[in-house]
Design a protein. Structure first.
Length: 153
């Protein structure tokens, strides 16, 4: 059974590498880019879109990713409200960042509360190589993002 699990894990790693290589081709990002790591496209773009209370708490939260200088294992994720959603205590957006990588226990998560205008940033220890990063809200219906991220060693 452990040989099968190892084979499945290896197949997932290969698929993630192919997806990340495809992202490099699609995005046109070079391997030497230090500002923003290459990511695969997400159907919803780089935004979290609320689906309720649109009259009072509408507008997306924009997601941006960048590397942390000198730390190839850290990914900086910035959450910036572009409307009322996440921009005040009345329209709080509890955001969960989850990533899956080759570091046991493989699934990791951190939560940040977006409740003020301007960017909120969190640095996550995503590790080098390909990882699947999902950003979504907790308890507030919204469309999130999910994409593969390639971190250079």
């Amino acid at each position: 059974m452990s040989k099968l699990n190892g084979a499945v894990r290896r197949a997932v790693q290969i698929a993630a590498g192919v997806a990340a290589a495809g992202a490099l081709t699609i995005s046109g990002a070079g391997l030497a880019s230090a500002a923003s790591p290459p990511v695969t496209p997400s159907p919803g773009g780089d935004n979290i879109w609320p689906v309720v209370n649109l009259d009072r708490c509408g507008g997306p939260i924009q997601i941006s990713r960048d590397t942390v200088p000198g730390r190839t294992d850290l990914l900086g994720v910035t959450l910036t409200p572009t409307g009322n959603f996440g921009a005040s205590s009345e329209c709080v957006a509890p955001v969960k960042l989850e990533w899956v990588n080759g570091i046991a226990p493989f699934g990791h998560a951190v939560t940040v509360t977006v409740d003020r205008p301007g960017p909120s940033r969190v640095d996550i220890p995503i590790g080098a190589g390909a990882s699947l990063l999902t950003v979504q809200t907790l308890g507030v219906p919204a469309f999130g993002t999910s994409q593969y991220v390639w971190m250079q060693q």
